[in-house]
Design a protein around this ligand. Structure first.
Ligand SMILES: Cc1cc2nc3c(=O)[nH]c(=O)nc-3n(C[C@H](O)[C@H](O)[C@H](O)COP(=O)(O)OP(=O)(O)OC[C@H]3O[C@@H](n4cnc5c(N)ncnc54)[C@H](O)[C@@H]3O)c2cc1C
Length: 381
């Protein structure tokens, strides 16, 4: 059988792309080497923040706003919410151009938001030691997507609508240019389609080493969960919001599902191989997380680690996504470069890719291959 479109990769970008293409009437085959939302995938964690604030990058604020609507529609259809509305709190400094720009963008897009001064922050969120924090922005409707379960839910919905799914690993392309007729599985099968989407996240540089080896940098990232004191509700949903300490490059979430308070340092780690990389956290990473906790959430200074995860970001030079046609193949599309902030945008990315493939959408220059550079200057967070 030949499909209209084969989508390789069932992470958040791939499942939403397959789902949207199917809604547009295409016959779609979705493939993944390890399964939707698997533990090696960037989309494979328990939780991901969904927020509208993006400093001056209104393009991502609007994309998150659109995605919010599509996530909620999906959860309504499923009669199961995989969104925890914890609120998202930005902690800002006295002189803080990024927070100023975030607030201005939120105003421009008419997002629900509150500006909180230092005293108001201290009154409402006594869990925090507010050293160096002068004010904050609260996005009350934002929060946390239950990531792995959400990816699996989109995949299940897409299959129920007619998308075919196969667990197969696709081998790097043998052809060098022109119109791609088929792709091969590593088990030796040939898959025929009119068009191909490669939404392989951190595997994109392995799939296209000559093209993307220097354009997508895969970095190792550590995540910690810290157990809260017994019977203590001040770190749970409704009391502690999800927070972003942008200037310290740290973010965290309340105790959801009894896993503990989640904490992650957003600074890029070392290069990482998503297939063979060992996913055990480092002593230095734990030390840094504890130092932060001792300062910002002192009641958790000695809290025990309840869970850890090692994941990876697939970073473009500045954090902009990569969504474009392959320069050597007229019918091959590259979709990735989530750069540590892509999860929330899955629905809008799927819609955008479906529009590009059907010819109704317009290419956004910031996502183009031509805009990608080899230098590393992170600007989008
Ligand atoms: C620790 C961490 C925290 C993050 N926090 C947030 C957050 O709070 N908010 C947010 O919005 N974003 C966040 N992100 C970023 C977000 O999770 C990623 O941008 C997003 O999940 C990327 O999705 P993807 O579909 O591009 O890639 P992936 O989820 O990695 O999916 C790619 C898929 O392709 C498959 N694949 C690869 N190669 C092949 C092949 N050859 N054949 C078949 N299948 C193949 C893989 O098995 C995988 O399932 C975070 C990321 C990490 C790691």
């Amino acid at each position: 059988m030949s499909y209209d479109i084969a989508v390789v990769g069932a992470g958040v970008f791939g499942v939403w792309t397959a789902h949207q293409l199917n809604l547009n009437g295409a016959t779609v085959l979705l493939l993944d080497a390890y399964g939707p939302g698997n533990s090696r995938a960037s989309s494979g964690g328990e939780s991901r923040i969904i927020r509208l604030g993006y400093g001056p990058d209104e393009i991502y604020s609007r994309s998150a706003q659109r995605s919010f609507v599509l996530w909620q529609q999906l959860f309504e259809n499923l009669r199961q919410s995989l969104l925890e509305t914890t609120g998202v709190l930005w902690l800002a400094r006295e002189h803080d151009p990024y927070a100023d720009a975030t607030l201005a963008t939120l105003e421009r897009i008419n997002a629900n938001r509150e500006r909180l001064d230092h005293d108001e922050l201290a009154r409402r969120f006594p869990q925090f030691d507010l050293a160096r924090v002068a004010w904050g922005i609260l996005e009350p409707d934002s929060g946390v997507l239950l990531a792995r379960r959400a990816v699996q839910a989109v995949a299940a919905q897409a299959r129920a609508n007619g998308v075919e799914y196969r667990e197969e690993a696709i081998a790097p392309l043998q052809a060098v240019h022109g119109r791609l007729k088929s792709i091969q599985t590593v088990s030796g099968k040939e898959i025929l389609a009119d068009r191909f989407v490669f939404a392989c996240g951190p595997w994109l540089p392995k799939m296209f080493p000559a093209l993307l080896g220097d354009l997508i940098h895969v970095t190792r990232q550590e995540v910690f969960f810290f157990g809260v004191p017994p019977g203590e509700s001040m770190f749970g949903r409704g009391a502690l919001p999800t927070w972003i300490d942008f200037n310290d490059l740290v973010y965290g979430m309340p105790n959801l599902d009894g896993r503990g308070v989640k904490l992650a340092i957003d600074e890029h780690g070392h290069e990482f191989d998503p297939d063979s990389g060992e996913r055990v956290v480092s002593t230095s990473g734990l030390k840094a997380a504890r130092e932060y906790l001792a300062q910002r959430l002192p009641r958790l200074a000695d809290a025990p680690v309840t869970e850890t995860r090692v994941c990876q970001y697939e970073n473009t030079w500045n954090g902009d996504f990569l969504i474009d046609r392959h320069p050597d193949f007229e019918n091959v599309w590259l979709v990735g470069g989530g750069s540590g902030h892509g999860f929330k945008h899955g629905p809008a990315v799927g819609e955008y890719v479906a529009g590009l493939i059907s010819g109704t959408g317009k290419l956004e220059t910031r996502f183009s291959l031509a805009s990608k550079k080899k230098v590393r200057e992170r600007k989008v967070f």
